[in-house]
Design a protein around this ligand. Sequence first.
Ligand SMILES: Nc1ncnc2c1ncn2[C@@H]1O[C@H](COP(=O)(O)OP(=O)(O)O)[C@@H](O)[C@H]1O
Ligand SMILES: [Mg+2]
Length: 268
Amino acid sequence: MAIPQNTRTPASMMQDAKLLEAHDIGRTFGGLAALSGVSLTINRGEIYALIGPNGAGKTTLFNILTGIYKPDSGNFRLEGVEMAGKKPSEMAKSGISRTFQNIRLFANMSAIENVMVGRHCRTSGSVLGAILGNSRTRAEEKAIAENAKHLLDYVGLSKHAHMLARNLSYGDQRRLEIARALATEPKLLALDEPAAGMNPLETDSLKILLETIRRDGVTLLLIEHDVKLVMGICDRLAVLNFGKKIAEGVPSQVCSNPLVIEAYLGVS
Ligand SMILES: Nc1ncnc2c1ncn2[C@@H]1O[C@H](COP(=O)(O)OP(=O)(O)O)[C@@H](O)[C@H]1O
Ligand SMILES: [Mg+2]
């Protein structure tokens, strides 16, 4: 099933293969370099993964690419437009959306309301008005609710539309976060450890969902600890270690890179 209301040109028809180009990104915290000199290019329509040991700087890079942190140095472009330092809401409007390593949902709102909130950046009316049924936003509210319904269906949660987010299973909460991120109609969807805490069955169905999202024209940037999932799903990946990119390439190249074997996989 295609992502509802996604009218973007299919990736294969776009002329420029590069969607995001990051150049020489650096960020320190209290004198400690969390990231230094990281450059990477993410092509349209690919699943690009970021792996590395705990503390390697993966989430920091995500936080920079999604506007939560400003980089101390370097810059990055989405479709040629400079993005570094923009706010998360501006990033979302431009087409970068994300989920979080620690799930961030509105626990006491229903699943469908959580997705409706995600739609906010693509609509003109107030989200509160839309949820409360303000008459001025009624038509928009209907469209937002329809869109949210489609997205819940898309991620396999339609039967839980009216369940409070906090009552969903862990795996379903992760899917709900993905639906909410998709509500912004991203060009680049960044997922920070989406399989964390999932059982093998949930991980398998997550893999199918991610492949479906990519097939439907959304480029994916994926941080993931589950190396089997990463290697089985990504087109290319980069390895971070101590804030630096130590390898990049297709999975078979990266797996056989001695630096990666030594630094990440811990095999001597
Ligand atoms: N807000 C912050 N304040 C201070 N240090 C931070 C902050 N965010 C990340 N760091 C530090 O930056 C480094 C990289 O962290 P992080 O990006 O979360 O790594 P990863 O996601 O690869 O596990 C770590 O040493 C971490 O302690
Ligand atoms: Mg992290």
